[in-house]
Ligand binder design. Structure first.
Ligand code: PMP
Length: 306
């Protein structure tokens, strides 16, 4: 059991093995769920655990509940309290990955819209080795789902059948991960991360109409890069343009910022993590760990009194 001993179910802290829903609930039958993956970082010097961009994650979750036409869209305050109560019940003082799912409960037919439940849990997790070492990825045979099929900008459970198939294929073929293309053959995103490349000192990333999740880490990286004086372009990107990039990386709350060293076994740039990627990583970790004073609004302290 990788998950911490206490979870939250519908606003109540419960032991892990009592966090149950019915096997015929709407989320199980129809994939009618929407979820978030967030991280909280322990800052030893400040003796504080900071949840990164909690507000933005909760607003994306609420947007997903609206688009799935759930008859209840939980207030952000209720969801924040559920999450923080769970973290405190586990007495967490280390880096953790946090998971929240708003789900269709009950046992009804396809077009039911409630009742709606909320579950939160935590998994202690240090940074992955890929942050230092980088990853080798491939374009697979599965295209990214498109906006008129399922909404890519909603982090819905059902969407991840697409991501999972693409990731499994890449791993079967010996890669660390997959870069998906849109139905039009343009670069979209990874199975759990948004993609960036560096060309001539500027950052380029697929725009929000490239069937991507509107990633919070992507937004963070764009803001940090612009604050460092870099140009950032959000636009359509061709597969073969990635082969011409000087550097590349992908990012997400779970992935953090991972250098992409090759695509389809063609080295990107020198084939080693690039200087701009390293500079952005440095800034990213200083920000999420609360070692800068630039973005206090992005950090929710778990243990602060009052
Ligand atoms: N794309 C996909 C498909 C993802 O699952 C994720 C992870 N949530 C991301 C991008 C990155 O999003 P975020 O930065 O908001 O975690």
């Amino acid at each position: 059991m990788p998950t911490s001993p206490f979870m939250s179910l519908n606003g109540r802290v419960v032991p892990y093995d009592q966090c149950n829903i019915h096997a015929f609930s709407g989320v199980v039958k129809y994939g009618a769920g929407v979820f978030e993956g967030l991280r909280a970082y322990w800052n030893a010097e400040r003796e504080e655990l900071f949840v990164f961009r909690l507000h933005e994650h909760l607003e994306r979750l609420r947007f997903g509940m609206k688009v799935l036409r759930f008859d209840t869209v939980f207030e952000a305050d209720f969801m924040a309290k559920s999450l923080l109560d769970m973290i405190r019940a586990n007495n967490l003082r280390e880096n953790v990955h946090l998971r929240m799912i708003a789900f269709l409960d009950g046992d009804d037919e396809l077009s039911s819209t409630g009742p709606v439940g909320l579950v939160c849990g935590a998994v202690p997790r240090p940074a992955s080795k890929a942050v230092q070492d980088g990853v080798h990825i491939a374009i697979g045979t599965y295209g990214r789902l498109s906006d008129n099929v399922l909404p890519p900008r909603v982090k819905s459970t059902a969407n991840y059948v697409n991501n999972r198939a693409a990731e499994l294929e890449a791993k079967r073929n010996g890669y660390n991960g997959v870069l998906m293309l849109t139905g039009q053959g343009k670069v979209s995103e990874g199975s759990g991360a948004c993609f960036f490349m560096v060309r001539n000192g500027a950052l380029h990333t697929p725009d929000v109409a490239s069937d991507i999740l509107e990633s919070i880490t992507r937004d963070t990286v764009i803001r940090l890069a612009r604050a460092m004086g870099m140009e950032v372009h959000e636009r359509t990107i061709d597969r073969h343009e990635v082969y011409a990039a000087d550097e590349a990386f992908w990012c997400g709350s779970g992935y953090e910022v991972q250098p992409v060293l090759s695509l389809d076994r063609l080295a990107i740039g020198s084939g080693a993590p690039g200087a701009i990627t390293r500079a952005l990583q440095k800034d990213y970790f200083a920000t999420v760990e609360g070692r800068t004073n630039e973005h206090p609004d992005w950090l929710t302290p778990v243990w602060a009194k009052g």
